[in-house]
Every structure is written in C-alpha cells, then in structure tokens.
Design a protein around this ligand. Structure first.
Ligand SMILES: Nc1nc2c(ncn2[C@@H]2O[C@H](COP(=O)(O)OP(=O)(O)OP(=O)(O)O)[C@@H](O)[C@H]2O)c(=O)[nH]1
Ligand SMILES: [Mg+2]
Length: 456
C-alpha cells in the first residue's frame, strides 16, 4: 500500500460543453478542501456519505461560482481507495474550469493523467489488468471488445495470471528452501513432481499467450485487405459491408487507384477494411502505383478478402502458396449473374453485392461475416472458451516468463544446480507477476517459512 500525502483534483468528464461535468477530488484532504470551496447546510465536512449534497462553490470573496451536487466517499470505500469527493457541476467549459481552479486554490493538486487509476492500483483496489480493462472499455468500438474489457475489469485476466504466479511461488519456495536449509530434511521435490508443476505453469502461460491475437484484434481492429483483379466488385463489397457508398464503383476496369480505408463492425469485430486497386498488367503510370500499393497491403494484412467475378471463368489473383499460412477468405461475387462452372466446386463464399439494392443479397453478406468471424477465431462459439484476451504488454511479460521458466526446467532436469534454477524461477515469477502488477518477494518468504515450518 502506498498512501498518498497529496490530494489531487481533475475534471473526470469529457472536455467540451455538456449538461453536467464531473470533477473528482481524491486524497487525505479531499473533504476538507471541498468543504472549504463550498457552502452548504451543515458544511460538506458533515455531509452524509454516498448521498448527493446540494452546495454552492464559492470563490475567496464568497461569490458563487456554481451550484453543484457533491458526493462524499470516506475512508477507503471509493474508486481510488482514498477519501473522495465528486462534484457534479454545470457542464460549461468555463464554469467547470473555475470550479476546478477553486479546488486547486484550496489546496488540491492537479492530477496527472491516469493518477486516479494509479492510486486505485497502489491502494490495492485494482490490479494492473483491471486498470487496463477500464482503458479498453473506454476505447472499445464494438460489443465484443466491450465484453472482453468487462471480463478484464472483473479481474478474470488478473486471476488467471495469479493462479500461475501462486503455483510458481510454491515451486520457488521448494527450491529455495532446499538451497537455504540443506540440513533440514526438505524434500527438494525436484524429480518428476517438480517438473510436472513447471509444465503445468508453462501450459497455462501458453494458453494465455494463445489469446494475444484476439486481444490485438479486439483492441486495434483487423487489417483487412480486399483484393482481386479489376472490376470484380471489390469497391462494391467495401460499400456493402459499410452500408454506404464510400468508394467509387463503375464498370470501367481500374476505377480504384488509391487505397480506401474504413472501419466496419462485423459481428462485434472491428475490421479496418482496405479497398485496393485491381491488380493487372497496366501501362497506366497512376494505376501501376495503385497496384504496387495493393501488393504492399496484401503483404501487411491480417486478413485477406480475395474477390473474384463468379460469372466469368477467370482465375484467382493469389496462388495457394501466397495464401498459405495467412488468414484468407475467397469471395465469389456476382452470383446473381449465374455462377460459371469454374467456381462450382470452390469453397469460396458466394455473394452478390452492388449499389443496386435489387442485386445485393444481404444474407450472403451475413454468411461472409460468419466466415470471417470463424477465420479470426472470434465467432461467438469460439469466444465462449476464452474469458480474456491479453494485450501486448501481457504478452511480453508472459513470453519473458516462459523463457525463464523453460530455462529453470532445463536446469532442474539436467541437475546443473538448484541455485541457477532458483534464479530463473525468480525471473519467471517476476515476469508473470508483472501481468497484474504484483512483484513481491515478501510472499515467497511467507511461503517458505509457512509451508515448511523451519522454526529453529
Ligand atoms: N450484377 C452484379 N454486378 C456487380 C456486383 N458487384 C459489383 N458489380 C458491378 O461490377 C462493376 C465493378 O464493380 P467495382 O466495385 O467498381 O469493382 P472493383 O473490383 O472495385 O473494380 P476496380 O476498382 O476497377 O478494380 C460495377 O459496374 C458494379 O456495379 C454483383 O454482385 N452483381
Ligand atoms: Mg474498385
């Protein structure tokens, strides 16, 4: 616990004009400072906790700045785990700023970015993953991203890493006790049992690591490139998925020259759709530039939507080698014109998608959405299995933990020496602990002395 000496204040609502603005004050003098800045019956210092109290914010001359509703949270029963006052004032930019200035005049310090969450973390109200979950929730653009953020705020990710960390503490305790107290009759638990415990943690780490890609997709969106030969209907598909005419569509081959990018929500998954110039041999310099960009986009994509004109024999733009190991879906467009025999046995998704609503087949676009969700392992069914989706920071910690733990395992197995294994195990423990922001050696001592009763 890190009790903070200072009391901080900040505007908690979004900048700009609104009906109400919220100003938060947190720290040991939150109530005293707010009471000094306000006038109300009985004084804010005596206000009932967790009830809205009507009061006036006044300047040093006693002139009213605004009438506000103040809510007092005493002791540790607040978001930050400190004394907190929340002032709901009128939502003008100037009035909000004046109320904040008055609180600063009365002794509060302007809060740093994220300082309220930081205090909540340091006061043990949240672990790091929960604090990150709040940020994810605020920036979520789709329902699925919101759901994942909620799970994280509930502490599911922190709990998972905590289970692994606790197992590791047990392992470290055994190995360190064996080193530190060689005369005690401590079973080093090396051998098979120890390795089995390490393997269990390693597989737990792998399981968490396997959610990294879903996590990145939910947070950042899937880079999805729509590619194909000219005139197959790439821009029509972009427009169809977006629901409005974003890209120019025409029957002239080579209509799209530059890439066009838009975010679309497909079954709760944010796709960053990139429409590209149709790829063909062209003499036109501008078109050539567009084609080079298309090829670059295909290389960078998380997901490739390759479109072909199903009404013509034609061939695919990409070879099997080019799509091997990539997330790829083949879209056979213009099925309304009748499917050419060349595509009859293909497992591509058949669609019709045009600015002419009589031609567009909405159901076929839904089927395409399902296929995309399946490919991304983010369909409702697949998602059900994972409560969490880790972010890049968690991934880095877990990878570091995995390397250290694998080294410890090797050391124990080849009996190089318990000391080296213990160092690696400590590194692994720290790395896994970093996921939830817990790095505490005190606990290891507790585990050693508690579990082995070394009390001489
Ligand atoms: N009948 C029918 N026509 C379609 C369909 N999809 C697209 N078209 C037509 O095909 C032509 C080309 O469509 P675009 O979407 O511009 O094709 P594109 O692949 O973006 O073409 P480029 O940008 O030139 O590479 C247009 O005349 C569209 O109206 C479809 O499902 N059915
Ligand atoms: Mg186009």
């Amino acid at each position: 616990m890190n009790p903070h000496a200072s009391t901080v204040a900040a505007i908690a609502s979004a900048p700009g004009v609104g009906a109400v603005s919220l100003i938060r004050v947190s720290g040991p003098d939150a109530v005293a400072i707010s009471a000094q800045a306000t006038r109300c019956k009985g004084g804010l210092e005596n206000a009932a906790e967790r009830y809205a109290t009507l009061c006036k914010v006044v300047n040093v001359q006693g002139e009213v700045i605004d009438e506000v509703l103040a809510t007092v949270f005493r002791g540790t029963r607040s978001f930050t785990g400190e004394e907190v006052v929340e002032l709901a004032c009128h939502g003008g930019v100037l009035v909000t700023r004046r109320v904040l200035e008055r609180l600063l005049q009365c002794g509060a310090r302007s809060a740093d970015p994220g300082e309220f969450s930081r205090r909540a973390f340091e006061n043990g109200k949240l672990d790091l993953t929960q604090a990150e979950g709040i940020m994810d929730l605020i920036s979520a653009q789709t329902d699925l991203a919101m759901r994942a953020a909620h799970e994280q705020m509930q502490g599911k990710l922190g709990d998972q890493s905590e289970v692994l960390r606790e197992s590791l503490i047990g392992v470290v305790a055994h190995v360190e006790a064996f080193i530190d107290f060689p005369d005690e009759d401590i079973d080093p638990d090396t051998g098979a049992a120890m390795l089995k415990r390490i393997d269990e943690v390693l597989s737990g780490i792998d399981q968490m690591l396997s959610t990294a890609e879903q996590g990145r997709i939910l947070r950042e969106g899937v880079r999805t490139v729509i590619c194909g030969e000219p005139n197959v209907g790439k821009s029509s598909l972009l427009n169809g998925l977006l629901g409005y005419e974003r890209a120019i569509v025409s029957d002239v081959e080579g209509t799209t020259r530059d890439t066009v990018e838009e975010v679309v929500n497909i079954q709760g998954i944010p796709l960053r759709l990139i429409d590209t110039a149709g790829v063909r041999d062209s003499e036109d310099k501008i078109e050539q530039q567009g084609i080079i960009r298309s090829e670059k986009q295909i290389e960078l994509a998380d997901l490739i939507i390759e479109v072909v004109d199903g009404s013509k024999p034609g061939k695919r733009l990409l070879t099997e080698e080019q799509v091997a190991g990539r997330k790829h879906v083949l879209v056979i467009n213009k099925k309304d014109l009748g499917l050419d025999a060349a595509w009859k046995d293909s497992d591509g998704v058949q669609i019709s998608c045009s600015s002419d609503s009589a031609i567009t087949d909405a159901d076929s676009l839904t089927l395409l959405g399902n296929r995309i969700a399946d490919i991304l392992l983010l369909s409702e069914n697949a998602w059900g299995g994972h409560a969490v989706a880790i972010n890049a920071r968690h991934q880095e910690c877990l990878n570091r933990g995995k390397v250290a733990l694998s080294a410890a395992r090797e050391g124990l197995e080849s009996r190089v020496g318990a000391e080296f294994a213990a160092l690696d195990l400590r590194d692994a423990l720290d790395a896994v602990g970093e996921v939830a922001g817990r790095v505490d050696t005190e606990e290891i001592f507790d585990a050693i002395f508690g579990a082995f009763c070394i009390g001489k």
